[in-house]
Design a protein around this ligand. Structure first.
Ligand code: MN
Length: 377
């Protein structure tokens, strides 16, 4: 990707960006030191997860799952997902202080409910063990199995309330079902109770949707992921989930799966839809406009979208407090991600928010500036 010139800067004047005001006093006292770098969409897997996934997936009738399995048999994918020491070495080499880990897509959502629920808990246990080994370098999101929403709520209670994980990872649809279905609401209730943000990471489009994506390799991250996950986010908004759970916070990667670009048209078409004589079935009357939920119930991360123009637009539309640094390790390189954010034309205060302060606040990551990376010197 071509590097943007220095003249292609983000403007901090004008627009509707809120002023960065919640940088604590202790940050000001260290103005000369670089901010911590926390990367927030960093995939991991346990050996048991990979084993189980590959067994189930290689016989799956679903094209997307077979494709994921093919990808995950590669040693150069397996090693960085499972090897903590290799991860730490990569972080050191690129000045990344901390990874917020999440179980790699498609997570446990491809298994039957019992296996998924039990495997999620064991993955969370292994994750917590790694974090306790490297508490200044690692934190993590709890995997849950939406296949059994009540037991998923119990796991949220355990993994966040008792084990101290930092939020929840859900790899988008579960067998073609999306979280706006009321049967999944116990998950939202538990998330709100524990102030746990839910990171919705894309997965392959469900069988009902995938056919037109199969040509040109479109079912994966090139386009299918954003189409599937953007759809999921819009379903939550238009389904009225945030009227029912106003405190729920959703995190989207890849700079919001296209959503920031759509705010005007979502509002415009929503108003037309609810005022039309012949409303399509299932239209929900919302308390607010779609864009208002996106600006107040979503955070975006930079994973795999290392482009200043999109960063600028995301900050303008969402506010500086809702844009968070992420790499998408190991599917993207830490080099490309850190070069992008280090050269992004942001003020030092804004950069500190994107690099770590926003993540610390949202994911309740304990502040710890005692760690200094090798790359800093
Ligand atoms: Mn990703």
């Amino acid at each position: 990707m071509a590097e943007r010139s220095k003249t292609d800067v983000l403007t901090t004047a004008g627009g509707s960006r809120p002023v960065a005001s919640d940088v604590p006093a202790e940050m000001d006292a260290r103005k000369s030191s670089r901010p911590r770098v926390i990367a927030t969409e960093e995939a991991f897997a346990t050996a048991e997860y990979l084993d189980t996934f590959l067994k189930v997936a290689s016989n799956s009738p679903h094209e997307g799952i077979r494709y994921a399995a093919m990808h995950m048999t590669r040693p150069d994918v397996q090693k960085p997902l499972t090897d903590i020491e290799a991860r730490l070495a990569d972080m050191d080499a690129h000045g990344v202080d901390m990874h917020l880990l999440s179980l790699t897509s498609p997570g446990v959502q491809v298994f039957n409910a019992d296996l998924a629920t039990e495997l999620a808990a064991r993955c969370n246990d292994e994750l917590v063990a790694s974090i306790r080994q490297y508490p200044k370098r690692l934190c993590g999101l709890a995997a849950v199995a939406p296949q059994d929403a009540k037991r998923a709520a119990v796991e949220i209670e355990r993994a966040i309330g008792h084990l101290g994980l930092n939020g929840i990872i859900i790899n988008s649809h579960t067998n073609g079902e999306f979280l706006d279905d009321a049967k999944f609401f116990p998950i939202f209730e538990a998330a709100v109770k524990h102030r746990a943000p839910i990171y919705i990471h894309p997965t392959f489009p469900p069988p009902e949707m995938i056919k037109p994506f199969e040509r040109y390799g479109m079912h994966g991250a090139i386009w299918g992921f954003a189409a599937e996950c953007g759809l999921h986010a819009v379903r939550l908004v238009l389904g009225g989930v945030f009227d029912r759970f106003p405190d729920l916070q959703i995190v989207l990667g890849h700079m919001g799966e296209g959503l920031p670009y759509w705010l005007f048209r979502l509002d415009n078409m929503y108003v037309k839809t609810i005022t039309h004589k012949n409303q399509p079935p299932g239209v929900v009357r919302l308390n607010r406009l779609p864009s208002e939920y996106i600006r107040s119930n979503f955070h975006l991360t930079t994973s795999g979208m290392f482009w200043n123009d999109v960063l600028e637009f995301a900050i303008k539309t969402m506010g500086i407090d809702r844009v968070i640094f992420a790499i998408d390790y190991p599917y993207e390189t830490s080099k490309m991600a850190t070069e992008f954010i280090n050269n992004a034309p942001l003020s030092p205060a804004d950069k500190a928010l994107v690099l770590s302060r926003n993540a610390q606040k949202l994911f309740n990551i304990v502040d710890d500036n005692s760690y200094t990376t090798v790359a800093e010197s």
